[in-house]
Design a protein around this ligand. Structure first.
Ligand code: AMP
Length: 205
């Protein structure tokens, strides 16, 4: 299955992707994770992307397009993939078409804005495994060291506000774009990750 996970920041795209990786052996390609890795390794791309990411702005299209197209063409994606957080602009969606990367279904996660803010401000990432937890709703397993749980710089209040604004302006138009293509399915992203996962499995069945 070739899937796109679409939705605002904090909608659960990353969490559900990780669960599908564990449960169904799917391949998750997270634009945000790849960019964060590039920043950490201080590659040329990472150096260019860093300031945009910290402010909650989108990294310029061409940088993200090149990164994702190269990644999707690797052999582990032959049987399918989840594009998590890509495309985020119409130009990125058009780049997928231009590069003849087929998509079966676009899962659009719908979540109220107050839920997004609560989730993002409580979100913590495990420094080593990259696993995502939430201090309010999805606490890490007992024994996890507090020092290993980090808050992303863009999960701070100012950047959260900016990211939601950017989502509305740049990414929301993709809902119409994929609806017109007959590929969009909406999934209620409220509630527990188990409930949302069941909704996604039903939608892509
Ligand atoms: P995420 O982990 O999906 O929340 O992404 C974190 C940050 O990475 C975003 O706020 C953007 O700065 C950048 N980013 C992730 N995906 C994209 C994309 N498709 N296009 C441009 N920037 C992106």
């Amino acid at each position: 299955m070739k899937l796109i996970f679409l939705g605002p920041p904090g909608a659960g795209k990353g969490t559900i992707s990780q669960r599908l990786v564990r449960k169904e052996g799917m391949v998750q390609i997270s634009a945000g994770d790849l960019l964060r890795e590039a920043v950490k390794k201080q590659t040329a791309l990472g150096m260019k992307a860093k300031s945009y990411m910290e402010k909650g702005e989108l990294v310029p299209d061409q940088l993200v397009i090149d990164l994702m197209v190269e990644r999707v063409r690797r052999p582990d994606c032959k049987r399918g993939f989840i594009l998590d957080g890509f495309p985020r602009t119409i130009a990125q969606a058009e780049a997928l078409q231009r590069n003849k990367i087929p998509i079966d279904t676009v899962v659009n996660f719908t979540v109220a804005e107050e839920t997004l803010i609560r989730r993002l401000s409580g979100r913590r990432m495990h420094r080593i495994t990259g696993e995502i937890f939430n201090i309010h709703t999805l606490p890490p397993p007992p024994g996890t060291k507090e020092a290993d749980l980090i808050q992303r710089p863009d999960d701070k209040p100012e950047a959260i506000k900016k990211r939601i604004e950017v989502y509305k302006r740049e990414t929301l138009p993709l809902i119409d774009f994929y609806e017109r293509e007959g590929k969009l399915v909406n999934v209620d992203g409220e509630g527990s990750s188990e409930k949302v996962l069941q909704g996604v499995l039903k939608a892509i069945a």
